[in-house]
Design a protein around this ligand. Structure first.
Ligand code: PEP
Ligand code: MG
Length: 929
């Protein structure tokens, strides 16, 4: 029997005749509309909507996102897509009276990406498509500008070469720079038509060499190739990274917009610009933006020429200016949100190229939302959703004051940790400590490194800001600074850091130690010189007003993780309603306490251990008194000691080295060892022989292969009950003391890392016993609870059992994520980048709660726990407690509270309010895009 075989790609190109892949817009009518963002992407929907509203939009068509998804599945699109595209192109040609890349007046088009959610600059664009060796001459004749035509053509080859044929940008840059050098020109604009024609010939050679083919002269071939390249750009690293940090699904795909080109560089009555209907930094209602006459879009971005503020356009072309104001005002009313728009003026005629809801800072988001309510544009309930909870961080950190300053941006890196920092450059952590000074003699320093490591921590601590040239949003610098609430710009690749030479090169300039720079951690900008900063505005009246609208919806309580009175006071100022986690071990790390802690650990019998604990008791009590006072009227959850004891001792490897070196050490070395081991009893060099080996022996006894799963959590309190006893005593003595002063105190004692009922019962018994002892001694009682952290899958499974003894649960989702996935929370970064890049995980589960797995355990344990104890109070105190999508989940499964670091309290409050308002108002509030 004869069989016919189809080529593989043909087989894959199944036809889907029923799908409308291509939507036309032009001539005052569009097939799509503004609501069709899923299919047309934000840009395509906007173009359709503007066309339907009769606005001057260059005509074109949008190839919808299904075609991109098809491309991703099959590596090609169905024949139907090609066919519908050709039909739309024919319609466009007819409307324009032009042919793509042909004739005396050739049609040229732009090919741009546009996904449902705006992903600025992440995907690719090709302009001037349709130019070839012939049509470039027609363009020159028609525009009477040979230079313009040649420049447009060389830009096409460059963009097409890079985006479609994947030739490195540098290959073209080399040619262009060499030509400038040869013609002795500094600026791109210095090259005349002849020089550009020479560049074109060389660019073609670059294409041939790298792509092993000629630059396509057929305009239709150019179009198909460009379309597919834009589809591919959905999956480039930049785009994937952006989607990850913005929680956008990888499955959406992008639409492609093909639109007739208009030129802003056709002479002095042409121009191009971008703008906002309100100031995106402050939210003030003002016409904001910039433009350049006789220029193409990329000139505005490239920074070769300085754009002019948009209000100046009124002087140059008053009619166009008024038309633009009129249109953008209408657009804002229509979309009921601040617009970010792009326009081009071609020979005196205005064209709108794009409009979308504008990105804005947190401060601008709040102001604009309030004003839009006042203007009657939106309702109060809608206003609550106009602010991303994470953006509220902007109110809690200083900002750069750019009003009267000269702002020279040296580079833009990742906005790793928001806020502003202005200081003098240092290149090492030690220098940071030295230059930052103490007391009244403090100097602001910015630590500049290629990347930071844990060894830099002391420098990071004293620096006002951190700048790194390598690393991403989860790099050491980014993670640590976010925890510190300190400004950080990470991965600023355009900066070259030479730590050896103590130099930083940026934007063609060399910066040395002591030079001033300013960082904007909210936008990622690195700015030359010393700008002023504006203080944080946590009590900003507009913020308070918006929160007052949102708060009545909120059901979840928001507490803070705070270990010391200072943090508790700060948290309360941000609206924390109690403390959800006080990590008592942090109290032991203080300079004056660590010796007693170490003595306790080194003790090899109970008597000595109790003696050392006795010294710690008054210190713990004093801390608790401070925390209780700060949280007067609110509950305070105090966790008994959790980390493995070896964390308080010197590193085993260091001790081994010192022990080996000791017999040969000179006086200087011995002196430094005495300093190091002084707190362990080394008063002089002669003590070292005894102290160092004793220490090493104890460290070896405590050594564990897997300390995270080892002697920690309640296991410590069970093996050394005197530790729990001391801590319980400190808690209740403090509680009784402040209660006697009239403070309303509600201690909640929390046992970490339980897995069984008996563990809980063991520790609960100690706490209840000590409480009774203290109440009898002091003749005063206070209400209190004893509960546990749920951090192990077993605990979640037997939550009904554990709830027999535990009066509350708090999910330690850091450990619960660690133990559920089996990922070490300290080492996960070895695999995480690959997992994210491969799409094996969509998000870092240590940042965003994994609803399917870890979340299921949280839900189940809550249900089981409440079966035993219907009034069981349940909260979460892992890092997830301040992350909006995790907060939303906690609301959905009926937890009582979330607890997070003080700087995330505001964010959690708004996220919790939005989650509840979503239920009530039945609005689209879900955070997973
Ligand atoms: C947790 O595990 O989620 C938690 C809050 O405890 P820690 O981070 O101190 O282990
Ligand atoms: Mg934990």
């Amino acid at each position: 029997m004869a069989t016919t075989t189809m080529p593989e790609t043909e087989m894959k190109r199944e036809s889907k005749a029923s799908v409308k892949y291509v939507y036309f817009f032009g001539g005052g009518k569009a097939e799509g509309n503004g609501k069709m963002k899923d299919d047309l992407g934000g840009k395509g929907a906007g173009l359709a909507e503007m066309t339907n509203a009769g606005l001057p939009v260059p005509p074109g068509f949008t190839i919808q996102t299904e075609a991109c998804r098809e491309y991703m599945r099959q590596n090609t699109v169905s024949r139907e897509v090609d066919q519908q595209m050709e039909e739309a192109l024919a319609k466009l040609e007819q409307l324009q009276g032009q042919k793509l890349g042909q004739g005396e007046n050739p049609l040229l088009v732009s090919v741009r990406s546009g996904a449902k959610f705006s992903m600025p600059g992440m995907m690719d664009t090709i302009l001037n498509l349709g130019l070839n060796d012939k049509s470039v001459q027609a363009l020159a004749a028609r525009s009477k500008n040979e230079r313009f035509a040649a420049d447009s053509y060389r830009r096409l080859i460059q963009m097409f070469g890079n985006v479609v044929l994947e030739i490195p940008k540098s290959a073209f840059d080399e040619v262009f720079d060499a030509k400038k050098k040869q013609k002795k020109q500094k600026l791109d604009t210095g090259l005349d038509a002849q020089a550009l024609k020479e560049v074109i010939e060389e660019y073609k050679k670059v294409v041939k060499k790298h792509a092993k083919r000629d630059f396509p002269q057929n305009a239709h071939e150019q179009l198909v190739m460009a379309r597919d390249a834009v589809f591919r750009s959905w999956n480039n690293d930049r785009a994937k990274h952006y989607r990850r940090i913005n929680n956008i699904s990888d499955d959406l795909g992008t639409a492609v917009n093909v639109q007739a080109m208009v030129f802003g560089n056709l002479g002095e009555t042409s121009g191009t610009g971008v703008g906002f209907t309100r100031n995106p930094a402050t939210g003030v209602k003002e016409f904001y933006g910039e433009f350049l006459m006789n220029a193409q879009g990329e000139d505005v971005v490239a920074g070769i020429r300085t754009p002019v503020p948009i209000v100046e356009l009124e002087k140059i072309m008053p009619e166009v200016y008024n038309q633009l104001r009129d249109i953008t005002t209408r657009l804002e009313k229509h979309y009921r949100d601040m617009q970010d728009f792009e326009f081009t003026i071609q020979e005196g005629k205005l064209y709108m190229l794009q409009t979308r809801n504008g990105k804005r800072t947190g401060i601008a988001a709040v102001k604009a939302a309030l004003e839009m309510v006042e203007e009657g544009l939106i309702s109060k309930e809608e206003a609550i959703f106009r602010v991303e909870p994470n953006q509220l961080y902007d109110f809690l950190v200083p900002r750069l004051d750019e009003k009267h300053a000269k702002v020279e941006v040296l580079a833009t890196g990742l906005p790793a940790s928001p806020g502003a920092a202005v200081g003098q450059i240092v290149f090492t952590a030690d220098e940071a400590v030295e230059k930052a000074g103490h007391g009244n003699k403090k100097n602001p320093v910015i630590l500049v490194r290629a990347e930071t490591t844990p060894e830099d921590i002391h420098g990071m601590e004293v620096a006002v800001g951190i700048l790194t040239s390598r690393g991403g949003m989860t790099s050491h610098a980014a993670v640590v600074t976010r925890g510190m609430g300190k400004c950080c710009v990470a991965g600023a690749g355009d900066i070259d850091v030479d730590e050896k030479a103590r130099e930083m090169r940026a934007n063609g300039q060399v910066f040395r130690e002591g030079d001033w720079i300013s960082l904007d951690g909210t936008t990622g900008r690195v700015i030359k010189g010393k700008l002023n900063t504006l203080p944080p505005k946590a009590d900003d009246p507009e913020l308070l007003k918006l929160m007052a609208w949102a708060e009545p919806f909120r059901k979840l309580r928001v507490r803070a993780n705070a270990d010391i009175p200072r943090d508790a006071i700060q948290a309360r100022a941000f609206g924390a309603e109690g403390i959800g986690l006080c990590r008592t071990e942090h109290m032991f790390f203080a300079e004056d306490r660590i010796p007693h802690m170490q003595a306790m650990i080194l003790a090899d019998n109970e008597k000595d251990r109790r003696a050392a604990l006795k010294k710690l008791l008054p210190m713990q009590r004093a801390d608790f008194i401070g925390v209780f006072r700060a949280m007067d009227g609110f509950p305070v959850t105090i966790r008994t000691l959790d980390p493995p004891l070896h964390e308080f001792l010197p590193r085993r490897e260091d001790l081994m080295v010192d022990l080996a070196v000791l017999p040969f050490a000179d006086a200087k070395q011995k002196k430094s060892m005495v300093e190091k081991y002084g707190r362990f009893g080394a008063k002089g060099a002669s003590d070292l022989k005894k102290v160092v080996p004793t220490l090493l022996r104890r460290v070896e006894q405590l050594h564990e292969f897997n300390p995270m799963l080892g002697h920690r959590g309640c296991r410590l309190g069970i093996t050394y009950p005197e530790i729990t006893e001391m801590q319980a005593r400190a808690i209740f003595e403090a509680a009784v003391a402040v209660a006697k002063d009239g403070v309303k105190v509600f201690p909640e004692v929390m046992i970490p890392l339980t897995a069984t009922l008996k563990e809980m019962a063991n520790q609960g018994e100690i706490v209840h016993r000590v409480a009774e002892e203290v109440f009898t001694e002091k003749e005063k009682r206070v209400d209190y609870l004893v509960g546990t952290m749920i951090e192990l899958p077993r605990a979640a499974l037997v939550a009904d059992e554990i709830a027999k003894e535990a009066q509350f649960f708090s999910f330690g989702t850091n450990d619960l994520t660690q133990t559920t996935f089996g990922f070490s929370r300290d080492d996960v970064n070895k695999v995480l980048p690959t997992y994210l890049a491969e799409g094996i995980l969509k998000q870092d589960p240590f940042a965003v709660l994994d609803r399917e797995g870890v979340g299921q355990l949280v839900r189940m344990a809550t249900e089981r726990g409440r079966k035993t104890r219907s009034d069981l109070k349940v909260g979460i105190c892992g890092e997830h407690g301040g992350e909006p999508s995790s907060v939303e989940f906690c609301h959905q499964i009926g937890l009582n509270y979330v607890s997070c670091s003080p700087f995330r309290v505001l964010t959690a409050r708004l996220a919790a309010a939005q989650a509840a308002a979503t239920d009530k108002l039945k609005v689209e509030g879900g955070r997973t895009k």
